[in-house]
Design a protein around this ligand. Structure first.
Ligand SMILES: NC(=O)c1ccc[n+]([C@@H]2O[C@H](COP(=O)([O-])OP(=O)(O)OC[C@H]3O[C@@H](n4cnc5c(N)ncnc54)[C@H](OP(=O)(O)O)[C@@H]3O)[C@@H](O)[C@H]2O)c1
Length: 285
């Protein structure tokens, strides 16, 4: 990965931090996108130390804010002329409905819409860097999801799990539609399920039921480690085996079947149109 520039969102903890470390060990220039400066600096210094790679950079942005994403894209453009690998990984889980400054339900905004906007804003650089790869961290729970256009932001009826599943289905639909739109550009788009990984995703949700939190803590030793959870990301980012492979869903470094709904073209196009409106972006894709 020498000479490759990789941007990893949500690189301050969990799977994203492990992916950033893995890419750094492979010799890539790694740009870590974190929302909290202190956590970001801590992760950055650990990654530099563990990888021996000094080409690691930190950008701070809140992916729950459209304005912050726009600033992030500008900051990135200012510093870099190329982007070979974009890892859209950052995510949140909330049992209760959280609203962003833009008035959107937070899981839909961070887990999905931020990826749509960031990818769009960086796409010209990514295309210029082809062959390039876009990797979206989705999840197996996408299979339980449905896109409820009548109540996309859960205003009328909210359930944390349902909103999470919806955001993950949106990630898979987005990946496939993006791949279709990028055909012939040398840019691939794939998504993945990282496994059930011992991270702090659920710990950060102060409303997550205490009993389930306790069970999760007890189960941690048998779950995948963040490094194991990052393996499929690193495979998709670097392996010659997936050169040119696009519009696929991966589990454990293997091509896998995503849900029948995730292949619904009309659903994907409708979601795309709604996402353009919600992000105020007349997509360049
Ligand atoms: N863990 C699993 O079993 C599992 C399973 C399937 C899919 N996934 C997916 O894997 C991805 C990574 O999750 P994880 O388990 O590694 O959780 P995690 O350890 O909580 O990591 C999430 C990352 O996203 C960042 N983030 C959250 N909100 C953000 C915002 N508004 N702006 C910028 N960054 C933000 C977090 O920053 P902070 O450090 O500041 O919180 C953190 O770096 C998520 O998309 C998740 O849905 C995880």
């Amino acid at each position: 990965m020498q000479g490759k520039i990789c941007l990893v969102t949500g690189a301050s903890s969990g799977i994203g931090k492990a992916a950033a470390l893995g890419l750094a060990k492979m010799g890539a220039t790694v740009v870590m996108l974190c929302r909290d400066e202190t956590r970001g600096e801590n992760a950055l210094s650990k990654i530099k130390q563990k990888s021996g790679n000094s080409s690691i950079d930190l950008l701070i942005a809140d992916l729950a804010s459209r304005e912050s994403i726009q600033r992030l894209a500008n900051d990135f453009r200012h510093k870099y002329q190329q982007l070979h690998v974009l890892v859209n990984n950052a995510g949140v889980y909330y049992t209760r409905r959280h609203i962003t400054a833009d008035g959107l339900e937070a899981m839909f905004a961070v887990n999905y819409l931020a990826r749509f906007l960031l990818t769009d804003l960086l796409l010209d650089i990514i295309k210029r860097s082809a062959p390039a790869r876009i990797i979206n961290v989705a999840g197996a729970y996408h299979a339980k999801g449905m896109i409820n256009f009548a109540d996309l932001q859960g205003e009328k009826d909210f359930d944390g799990q349902r909103a999470n599943h919806q955001s993950k289905l949106a990630d898979v639909l987005f990946t496939y539609e993006l791949a279709r739109r990028l055909e012939g550009t040398g840019v691939t788009a794939n998504c993945l399920h990282p496994g059930i990984v011992a991270t702090d995703l659920i710990e950060k949700d102060k409303d997550f039921p205490r009993l389930f939190k306790l069970l999760y803590r007890l189960a941690r030793p048998v779950l995948k480690s963040p490094a194991q959870g990052a393996e499929t990301i690193l495979y998709l980012a670097s392996s010659p085996e997936v050169e040119g492979v696009t519009s696929q869903y991966f589990v454990n470094k293997k091509m896998s079947q995503s849900s029948p709904q995730s292949h619904d073209l009309r659903l994907a196009r409708r979601l795309w149109e709604v996402s353009e409106k919600l992000t105020n972006s007349s997509s360049r894709i």
